[in-house]
Structure formats: C-alpha cells, structure tokens
Design a protein. Structure first.
Lengths: 116, 362
C-alpha cells in the first residue's frame, strides 16, 4: 500500500457518516413541534444572542500554542538524526532550548500562563 | 498461499499477487481497496462497540454496580441494541443552528479518527500503510478532530455548547504539546519515525524498560496528556455534565450523537495504541533475559493478540483514571500543562538526548 491510498480511508469514513445520516433522515419517524427544535439550555427559553464575546485568555493560549507547536515540528527531524550525528546535534539542541526556555520564562513572568 | 500467523507479510503479498495475476490491474486495485476498506470499517465498528461496553462495565464495577446485564449474556449485546436504537431515532433540527457546519462536524471527527487508524501497525505485516513519518502522521491527523468539536459547539446555537467547545479547544491545543514532546523523546531513542521500525527497535526489550528514567517519565506525561487530548475525565471539561449539560454535543441527536460518542472511544483507542507502540513494544512478546522456557511460551502467542492485549491494558488504565479522579477546573488544567508538564518535558527531552549520546540506555 502506498501513501496515496490514504484517500481510500478518507472515502470510507465519508461514506460511513454520509450513509448513516442519509439512512436516518429517511427511515425514522418524524414529527414537527416548534418547542422541539429550541436549543436546550436546561428548559429556560434562550436569551439574547448565542455568539457572545470571549475571554481573551483563550487567544493568549492559542498564540503560545502556535509558538511551541512549530518548535515541536522542528524537533521531529532533529530527533530522527540525533543518534547518528551525536555531539553536534546535542549542543545545537541545547542552544535551541535555551532560547525557547527564555521565551517560556518571559511568558511566565508576564503572567501569561495564569488563567484570569 | 502460506498463512503464517506470526508474520503476515508474505500472506498479504500472496493475496496481492493472486489478485493482480487474475484480474486487470485496475479491477485488482479496486477489489484490494474494497477488501481493506471493509476490513477496517468492521474493525472500527467492533472496537468502538466493544469499548463502549467495556467502559460501562468497568465504570459499574468501580462504582460497585453490575452494569449492563440484560441484552445477551453479561449484556454484551447492549451497545449493539443502543446503536440500532440511535440509528432509528429522528434527527431533530435546531432552530437558528448553522446547518452546514452542524452537519459537517460529525464528518470531521470520524474522518480524523478513521484516517489515524490507517497507519497503526497491529502486527508484523499487519498495517494498511507503513509511512516513514508514521508517528508524525498519526499526531497530525488525530489532532484535526478538535476542528470538529469546535464546529459542533459553534454551530449549535447553544451557549453551553459554545463554552464547552472553547474549553475543549484550549485544552486540546495545550496538551497537544506534551503529547508531541513525549513522542519526540521516544523518536530520539528509536532514531526513526516509522512505526514498524520503532517496534522493530524494541525486539531486545521494550522502550519503557530499556529507555532508562526519561522513557518512564515520557510515558507518564504521555498518559496524562493523551487522556486530556481525548477529552476524557478527569479532563472532561468540554462536556462537564453538571455545568454544561453535555457540552459541545448537547444539540446532537440520534446517529449524529452516536458518531461523536464513537469518535471519542476511537480516539482513546488510537492514543492507547500509540502508547503501546512507543513504550510497550508494539506487537513484541514479553521476554525476560535468561528465562528460555518462559520466552518460548510467550513466543507462541500471535503478535496481534499481544498488540490488542497491551492496548486494552492501557485503555483500562485510562478508564480507571476517569472513574477515580475528580474533574479539574480550567485554570488548574492550564496550570498543570504550562507550568509543570511542559518544562518537565523539555528537560526530559534533553535528558533523553544525553542518555542516547552517552549510550546509557540498555
């Protein structure tokens, strides 16, 4: 099997979900009632708009994630050759981590890691 | 056609050869694809149904109950009955919901978990696709599921769903780092990203034993982080039923709800099988140096059973977590990741590099 056949898995998953959705939109009994299609918020009629403003903390963590995730992507190729390159790779990664650790310390000092 | 349960490579190749010899190559490809697709679909469904049943039984025994026991012996057909019931339920349309995204969300969660299964090696020669960046691929594809969760919460027109989805986003995104870094720790030790090669490197001892202290720390971090990644208790803030009714899938009914449920259990299976592959030697049997008789007995058990057995043990561990620990608050959750797991993980990675450099591993 080659990597192109990953498309097969994509197609099978789509067919699985699509088929079941089509089946259950045709076969099961249906009824209509205006109350039934209300969003369920513990029985109380929903008030105002749903799409409200958000705590800025989520964005802060998203940005932090972006920095560290890109760094993880860089680490994967390093990790595969670490064994064969040896000492040079080790020194390089220590320098890389020092810079990264400085960034984490900065975020820590600025209280970016505290949920408010 | 030689069928050898310990090495399925030649068996698969002979099927492949048989098809291509007897059919035009286009039709042979179609037939082969159909066989693989159906086999994986069946496997996916059986594992999903079994894990739901197992979770209910484990939960019941931990809470000193009996659990499902009416449908079939020991209630083993309970989840099949539930599945048929959910399939026959009406899908309730939600007023003002964003219909397109609302229907797209279950597709994304199922596609993400189904495609991740393609790269997992279940035994010698028993994998659909053996990518040379296997571990990277599994990590990338399985983390796409969070988009489905976010879409589900966003499009439901329900405030609780939206809160659940945002929490889930922050949580999965944060713990993704720890999962990735603990995988890198093992990649340093194995020197390859190909899953079959990682397993092959453990022929003389599983990494959790041969990898010294850093491999053990990496395993603990991986377990914590992957439990959080699959949105399971004690990190199930996204669907905290006492605060948010059911979180991001509150408005989903019938078979759509079943898909979210199935995807949750399949994600658990995927992270457990990754833990098995990286730390517990994949399909390799347990060998103890010097015990020749014992090693021969262990060799009799086929690789597939070793693999599934180890995976089920890891899954049991995750179920045990869920039913023993109380749920965390969101600030505790983020503090655990960013102030404890991440620095420990970075330090652990350097330690592992040092171990590999100095050849301290066994």
């Amino acid at each position: 099997m080659t990597s192109e056949s990953l498309i097969l898995f994509f197609i099978v998953a789509v067919v699985l979900v699509g088929g079941a959705l089509i089946f259950s939109s045709l076969v099961p009994p249906r009824s209509f009632n205006p109350q039934k299609s209300e969003p369920y918020e513990c029985g109380i009629p929903t008030q105002g708009k749903t799409w409200l403003q958000f705590n800025v903390g989520y964005y802060l963590f998203a940005i932090l994630f972006l920095v560290f995730d890109v760094e993880t992507v860089f680490l994967f190729p390093w990790a595969t050759i670490m064994k064969s390159v040896g000492m040079a790779a080790f020194i390089e990664i220590i320098i890389f981590f020092l810079i990264l650790g400085l960034g984490l310390l900065y975020a820590w000092k600025k209280h970016a890691l505290i949920w408010e | 056609m030689a069928f050898n349960i310990y090495d399925l490579t030649s068996f698969n190749q002979s099927i492949d050869k048989f098809l291509y010899d007897n059919l035009p190559s286009f039709w042979a490809m179609i037939v082969e694809m159909t066989i693989i697709g159906v086999a994986f679909l069946l496997f996916y469904a059986v594992i999903g149904l079994f894990l739901v049943y197992a979770e209910r039984k484990v939960c019941a025994f931990i809470q000193n109950r009996v659990g499902p026991n009416r449908v079939g012996p020991y209630g083993i057909f309970q989840t099949i009955a539930d599945f048929i019931k959910l399939l026959m339920k009406e899908i309730i349309p939600i007023r003002k919901a964003d219909q397109f995204l609302f229907n797209l969300a279950p597709f994304i969660v199922i596609i993400a978990s189904f495609m991740a299964i393609a790269a997992i090696p279940f035994g010698l020669g028993l994998h659909a696709i053996d990518l040379n960046i296997g571990i990277f691929y599994v990590m990338a594809v399985s983390s796409l599921g969070v988009i489905g969760v976010l879409l589900a919460g966003w499009s439901s027109n329900n405030k609780y769903s939206l809160i659940g989805a945002m929490r889930s986003g922050a949580q999965i995104v944060s713990y993704e780092l720890s999962v990735g870094l603990s995988m890198v720790t093992i990649v340093v030790l194995a020197g390859s990203m190909q899953l079959s090669e990682i397993v092959e490197a453990q022929r003389n001892g599983w990494f959790i034993f041969t990898g010294h202290v850093p491999a053990f720390i990496a395993f603990i971090i991986f377990m914590i982080a992957s439990t959080a990644e699959t949105n399971r208790g004690p990190f199930d803030l996204a669907e905290a039923e006492s605060e948010l009714t059911a979180g991001f899938h509150t408005e989903y009914s019938g078979i759509k709800f079943a898909f979210f449920f199935l995807a949750e259990y399949m994600n658990m299976f995927i992270v457990a099988s990754i833990a098995t592959t990286l730390f517990w030697g994949g399909w390799m049997p347990l060998h103890i140096g010097g015990w020749e008789g014992f090693n021969h007995v262990m060799d009799i058990i086929p690789p597939f059973f070793w693999y599934m057995g180890k995976t089920l043990v890891v899954i049991f561990l995750m179920m045990w977590f869920k039913w023993t620990f109380p749920r965390l608050r969101i600030d505790q959750l983020l503090k655990l990741e960013w102030k404890y797991l991440l620095p420990v993980n970075l330090f652990n990675l350097i330690l592992m590099a040092l171990v590999v450099l100095m050849k301290w591993h066994f």
